[in-house]
Design a protein around this ligand. Structure first.
Ligand SMILES: [Mg+2]
Length: 138
């Protein structure tokens, strides 16, 4: 069985780069350019390590594809176990709940996925409504 886990707000603390998107105009390049400096969220990392004992970990993030190499390096640096990393297509601007509701179907249906862990209540309710078992990380 697969466990699907979000990155930002579960494994990575993005607080230090939020100022890039709280200003107008939003600086998305600045925001995503700084992912390598995110502190790890130890509780989230522990949770994934526990899940990884019995599940295949698929990381599902709203980060764009262009952050893939920085994200993979960060995951290695923090020794986060995972089998697959699914990211947002670079030109896809849909809200996270819509995006993840779509991308998760390529990972598997509710029968193949034991749990989905995400900190975004909109994502959690969308995926729960689609029949997935969910856990809201806070
Ligand atoms: Mg998140």
């Amino acid at each position: 069985m697969i466990a699907v886990v979000d990155i930002d707000g579960v494994l990575a603390d993005a607080t230090h780069r939020e100022h890039f998107v709280q200003q107008r105009p939003r600086d998305w390049d600045g925001f995503f350019g700084a992912v390598g400096a995110d502190p790890v969220i130890q509780r989230g990392r522990d949770l994934v390590s526990e899940l990884a004992v019995v599940h295949e970990i698929v990381l599902l993030s709203g980060r764009p594809e262009r952050t893939r190499s920085d994200t993979e390096e960060w995951l290695r640096e923090h020794r986060i176990p995972y089998a697959q990393l699914v990211l947002r297509p670079d030109r896809d601007r849909r809200p996270a709940a819509t995006l993840k509701g779509d991308l998760i179907r390529r990972v598997g249906g509710p029968d193949a996925i034991a749990v989905v862990v995400d900190d975004d209540p909109a994502v959690v309710s969308r995926l729960a409504a689609a029949g997935y078992d969910t856990y809201r990380f806070v």
